[in-house]
Design a protein around this ligand. Structure first.
Ligand SMILES: [Zn+2]
Length: 288
């Protein structure tokens, strides 16, 4: 399969690793259901459907995966609670669809260690041991988020599951980095702290083109609107400030914004509108 975009010398591929559901009200924060259900319909338990769309980058030398999906270590109860649907959309299958294998990956970058972002980072081997899923990769994780994940507060403790990240330390594949780091060849991180402590957005900038993996700062297209802030966030006011500054830069720089959780919209470019930012380019899953 051809890449869907080129950012300088990086080929960009989406890796759809399945869907799950979260409470619609918790996703939309203070926005009432009469507004959000127009774009995101809820099931009878009030849950909305969310994608887990990782990203693969290849510059001919490095093969980088951003985010790892929810993984396949989950119990039946957990799968049922979150209505996880993976089908054959595991990381290794989605990678082979675009001509790669798990062993080809040189680097894995994770925005933050919540289970729906880091679950695929580790797997259970044939002896029942937890191991890194990508046997030849370095894992790039924010040191601030690592420290928080290992000592979370009661509000987001349930989202940090040790099995998803402690085996990376034991295997010696961890690369803990400061906020706002350069990783390699135009890939850098943008530290944000409203959603959780030490989330890193991933910016790919090459030959005057820019793509940003928005993580949970802007999980779905609806959240391009400033008042859409998740109830899950540790600090709504901090998210508002971070999102305001980020979207201002994104519209001025004509950045592509990549959505991990939007079921349909893969990425957009935006410009300043009268009331809200306007989407001027959109790549959707059903129109590829
Ligand atoms: Zn999160």
């Amino acid at each position: 399969m051809n890449s869907i975009l080129k950012i300088g010398k990086w080929d960009v591929y989406p890796l759809e690793t399945g869907t799950f559901r979260l409470d619609g009200g918790a996703m939309m924060g203070s926005v009432p259901k009469v507004l959000w259900e127009k774009t995101n319909s809820a099931d009878k338990l009030n849950r909305i459907n969310l994608a887990m769309r990782c990203l693969l980058l290849d510059d001919g030398e490095n093969r980088v995966v951003i985010e790892t999906g929810i993984g396949n270590k989950n119990s039946d109860k957990f799968i049922d609670n979150f209505h996880i649907k993976q089908g054959i959309a595991t990381l290794s299958n989605t990678l082979s669809n675009v001509g790669y294998s798990i062993a080809d990956i040189t680097d894995v970058i994770i925005t933050h260690l919540h289970f729906d972002h880091s679950g695929g980072a580790t797997s259970i081997d044939e002896n029942g041991e937890l191991i890194p899923t990508f046997p030849n990769a370095k894992y790039w994780i924010s040191e601030t988020n690592w420290n928080h994940a290992n000592n979370p507060n009661p509000k987001d403790r349930a989202s940090y599951l040790n099995e998803n990240f402690l085996p990376l330390k034991d295997a010696g594949v961890l690369n803990l980095i400061p906020d706002n780091s350069d990783i390699m060849n135009g890939i850098s991180t943008i530290g944000v702290n409203g959603h959780t402590v030490g989330q890193q957005l991933i910016k790919i900038n090459s030959m005057n083109e820019t793509l940003v993996f928005c993580g949970d700062l802007i999980p779905i297209r609806s959240h391009l609107r400033l008042p859409y802030i998740m109830g899950y966030d540790l600090s709504a006011i901090q998210t508002l400030q971070e999102k305001t500054e980020f979207l201002n830069q994104a519209s001025k720089g004509n950045w592509w914004l990549w959505f991990y959780h939007d079921p349909q919209t893969i990425m957009v470019q935006i410009s300043e509108g009268e009331k809200h930012y306007k989407v001027i380019n959109e790549v959707r899953k059903d129109r590829q």
